[in-house]
Design a protein around this ligand. Sequence first.
Ligand code: SF4
Ligand code: SF4
Length: 385
Amino acid sequence: MHYRNYGGTGYQVSALGLGCMRLPRNVNEEKGEAPVNREKAFELIRYAADNGITYVDTAFGYHGTESEAVLGEALDGGRREKVKIATKQPFGEMKTQGHIRRNLENTLKKLRSGYIDMYLIHNIQKHTWADIKKRNIIEEFEKFRSEGLIRGIGFSYHGQYPAFKEVLDFYDWDMCQIQQNFMDLEREATEEAIFQAGKKGCALVIMEPLRGGSLASPPAPVKAIYDAHPVQHAPVEWAFRHLLNYPQVSCILSGMTTLDQLKQNIEIFSKADAVPGCMTGEDKEMLARVKAKYDSIVMIPCTRCEYCTPCPQGVGIPEVFSLYNEGMMFGAFDQPRRGYMWTTRFHHEASRCVACGACEKKCPQRIEIIKNLHIAHEALKGWLE
Ligand code: SF4
Ligand code: SF4
C-alpha cells in the first residue's frame, strides 16, 4: 500500500480509503428494508484495517444512520488507532448550535471514540452555502476542534466548479472531498478542483472513483478500446490509475461491498507503480477515447442547460435525466437509483410531474420531457436505504 500526505495535517494516509456507504446489506424487498449485514461488514472493515488501509470514511446519514455505529463496533477493541476516521454532519440536521453539538456527541458515541480525525460538513450545495455561512457552522466546528473532539475540519461537495471554488476559498479547510473519475473531468467539480485544492495545500479525498462501480463493467464498444490498448489492466485499475496519477490527491475512497473487491483493490494500490506519473500520454489518450465512447451512448439528449427549470412542481428535470442516462450509459442502475433516492428526499422526483407542459416549450433540444420523466422514474425508483 502506498501512503500519501494528507494536506497540511502532518500525517499520511493510505492512498486507498474504505468508504462505508456501500457496506454489505441484507436486502428484503418485500419488507422494504436493507439493513447492514453486520457480520460481513465487520469482516470487511477489520480486514481493511489489518491490511494497510488507514483511512475510513462514513457519514451521519449513510445506511439510514447505521454506518457510523457499524464502523465503531468493527474498530472497537484495538483497531481504532490504526485508522483515521472521517465523518460528516448534514446541513439538514444542523438546525441550531445545540443540534450540531448533540449530533456530534451522538456520532462519537456511535463510533465508540473520543474524537474524530476529520469532521465534514456533508454535501455543501450552491443553495445551502449561504445558510451554512449565516449559521456560523464553521465556528461551531472550530469550538469542537479546540475541545479536542475533532481534529480537522472539511467539507464534501457534489456540484459544479464555480460554487466549489467559492467554498474552497472561503476558509482554511483541512480537507475537501469531491466526486472525480475520468468521466467527470469536465463534470461535477471538474479536474480544476483537483488543481485548486492542491494549490491551497488542502487534503483532497476523491469519492466515486468508479462512479458507484459502474466503470467496472464496460459495455462491448468500450471494452474493445481497452482491449486494443498495448498495456492491459482491468477497467477498475485504469479508473484508479487515472486518479493515482495526480499528486494532489491524498486518498481515493472506494465503497467496497465484498472482501474480494477489497483484496483486489489493495493489490492494485500496492503495485510499485501505483503512484503519480503512472499514466503515460498513450494511456491518457486511450481513457479519453473510452470517455468519448461512453458519452456517445447517452439516451436522452439533455444538455443540462436548465432552460426548462424551475418546474412549478419542483421536479429536478436535468438531474433526473442525468441519473437515467448514467444508468443507461453504464448498463447499471444501482448508483443512479441511490442518487434518485436523494432526489426524492429533496422532493425533486419525476413522479411529481403533473404534465402541465411548461417545460417542454422551453427545451431547445425538443425533448419530450413528460414522457421521458415517466420512463426515467420507472427505471430509477425503488432504492432501499
Ligand atoms: S410538465 Fe411536469 S416537469 Fe414539466 S414543468 Fe410541468 S410539472 Fe414540471
Ligand atoms: S431544457 Fe431540455 S436540454 Fe435543457 S435541461 Fe431541460 S430537458 Fe435538458
